[in-house]
Design a protein around this ligand. Structure first.
Ligand code: ATP
Ligand code: MG
Length: 556
């Protein structure tokens, strides 16, 4: 059976990690189990880069009948919170994944402490009382070995005593750390007696003020993996140089399980930033209106923008998993979205910049019900009634007094078809005293409903909304937040922020069915793009829509 035959969605394309797992399963390693985990730190919201890791970890568990834990890597109490934790859970669920177990590194604080005591007893860890500055100086550089700390040869008894007192809160932050005793001359700086614990007399969102010391990421991560009996610990390439430390901790402590760390390339997406630190800046400096601003690459932002979970999963499948860093074009993400919405979004009529059209030869007190298909290719979406009366709205730029060459929309004396309705002809242009067009007076050809006009060709088709039943709406349009493909390379955000990334249109006219739309429902507004009812601001009688994406790729 090939990977494709396994029936999981697009994730089931083979990659080097699947090859490793296949080999492990064939050799009987790990009792033929596959156990992965997704290990976010609850210090920010998840972004599209995290989605790559989520799809990989949860996707493998699904395809191999394995398990995938959601593990919060919560070892930095200053930056972490319940709000972030809840948001992360909501985002993973939104993507459509179910974790086997919810775990926290903080669940293991006792065990991790006991492991550290064991390392001290084995002579593999010591308390260093150098300042952070001194430690930095002694660490050496890529070309120069480090220098051993004067505290390195403390006795086991002294280390045990100091470490316990660190735990008990007897010392100020920064006065001591627990370090592994490995090799200050190692070519790998991560192996130069890395810090295992530091003092932080800060309350933790889960353990409160029980702990005065917190374990470091490198120490916590491998042991958490081992405790959970993870088989394949997948992380991004920047951890490659940390793998020797991962293995050292587990080997030195002889843990019963020894997961295999495997690195893959992180997602880098053009015209955005994918780093929590950067995203927090955007929120804190109020460049955007919060984490779920539709311009954010956060999952909550993409969701509010109108992305579907399926399109994000499809994207993660299409970009694949490799060991080589590469930039992905935004157009790729948008193609996945367009494909999904084109197939699944119902069509509706809306006019963003309305101009009034009066059909002078259409009876003034009649409202006719036309029938329109909700989807041009898929009858399963059904049909709806559309009202038509003698007063309509069309898009201002679908009329030109002095049309450019090849213009196929409405012109003075010209004809155009109203989509799903009649052919009309513009007979008169009404302007106000400042010369702005306020109304177009048109006639209609009553024989053109569902039929071609006789004796002439009318090429243009435009969208419209019946003024008798139209509802006023607010519509928000978005452009890329940044003006350069790699905004992180800029000196400051200010230099690369697109000042026109958001525009808010009011007084848009939408067909009445859209006023009843539920929040987060997605539509194609004919000829305009795909739109989503904003989950925060949309109300039944005052609809608010975000434009998710235009109909055609605008990156070219
Ligand atoms: P950031 O650098 O944005 O703060 P992080 O890696 O520190 O992100 P974590 O919460 O530790 O954030 O990430 C959880 C998991 O998601 C990790 O395994 C990490 O490797 C993975 N991850 C983070 N960013 C990306 C990305 N751009 N592409 C793929 N995986 C990612
Ligand atoms: Mg991290």
């Amino acid at each position: 059976m090939t990977d494709q035959d396994k029936g999981a969605d697009t994730l089931a394309t083979s990659n080097f990690i699947r090859t490793i797992i296949d080999r492990d399963l064939a050799s009987g390693k790990n009792g033929q189990r596959v156990a992965t985990r997704f290990p976010p730190e609850p210090n920010g919201y998840l972004h599209i880069g995290h989605a790559k890791s989520i799809c990989l970890n949860f996707g493998l568990a699904e395809d191999y009948n394995g398990t995938c834990n959601l593990r919060f890597d919560d070892t930095n109490p200053e930056k972490e919170s319940t709000e972030y934790m809840e948001a992360i859970k909501a985002d993973v669920e939104w993507l459509g994944f179910k974790w086997t177990e919810e775990r926290f590194a903080s669940d293991y604080f006792d065990e991790l402490y006991n492991f550290a005591v064991k390392l001290i007893q084995q002579g593999h860890a010591y308390v260093d009382s150098s300042s952070a500055e001194q430690m930095r100086e002694m660490r050496g550089t890529l070309t120069q070995p480090g220098v051993e700390s004067p505290y390195r040869e403390r006795t086991i008894e002294e280390n045990l005593d100091l470490f316990e007192r660190m735990k008990n809160g007897e010392f100020e932050d920064g006065t001591h750390v627990l370090r592994a005793k490995i090799d200050m001359a190692s070519g790998n700086i991560n192996m130069r007696d890395p810090t295992l614990y530091r003092i932080r007399r800060t309350p933790h969102f889960r353990t409160g003020d029980v702990w005065n010391i917190y374990p470091m990421y490198d120490y916590t991560h491998c042991l958490s993996d081992a405790i959970e009996q993870i088989t394949h610990s997948l992380c991004t390439l920047e951890f490659e140089d940390h793998r020797p430390l991962y293995d050292w901790v587990l080997d030195t402590l002889k843990t019963p399980a020894h997961p295999q760390q495997i690195e893959f390339a992180r997602l880098s997406l053009e015209y955005t930033v994918l780093s929590k630190r950067r995203l927090i800046q955007l929120v804190e400096q109020q460049v955007v209106d919060g984490w779920d601003d539709p311009r954010m690459p956060s999952l909550s932002g993409l969701r509010r923008r109108g992305f579907t979970p399926g399109s994000v999963r499809d994207f993660c499948g299409r970009i694949g998993i490799t060991k080589k860093d590469a930039w992905i074009e935004m157009a790729m993400l948008e193609t996945c979205l367009r494909d999904d919405l084109n197939a699944n979004a119902e069509r509706r009529l809306a006019v963003l910049d309305p101009i009034k059209v009066v059909i002078t030869d259409f009876s003034s007190d009649t409202v006719t019900e036309l029938v329109s298909a909700n989807h041009p290719q898929n009858e399963a979406f059904g049909k709806r009634n559309l009202s038509f009366s003698n007063t309509l709205f069309i898009e201002r730029d679908d009329f030109a007094e002095e049309p450019p060459p090849k213009y196929q929309r409405l012109t003075p004396g010209g004809e155009v078809r109203l989509r799903g309705s009649y052919v009309i002809r513009c007979e008169e242009v009404i302007k106000n005293s400042s010369g702005d067009i306020v109304e177009l007076r048109c006639s209609h050809d009553a024989n053109t409903l569902g039929k071609k006009p006789e004796g002439r060709k009318v090429k243009g088709v435009i969208h419209w909304v019946d003024a008798a039943t139209a509802v006023d709406a607010e519509v928000r349009l978005f452009e890329p937040l940044f003006t350069t493909a790699d905004p992180s390379a800029a000196d400051s955000f200010e230099a690369v922020i697109n000042p026109d990334s958001k525009s808010v249109l009011t007084g848009c006219k939408v067909e009445p069915a859209l006023a009843d739309a539920s929040p987060e429902s997605r539509f194609q507004f004919e000829r305009l793009g795909y739109f989503v009812a904003d989950w925060r601001d949309h109300r039944q009688h005052s609809p608010v829509f975000n434009r998710t994406i235009t109909l055609r790729d605008s990156w070219k």
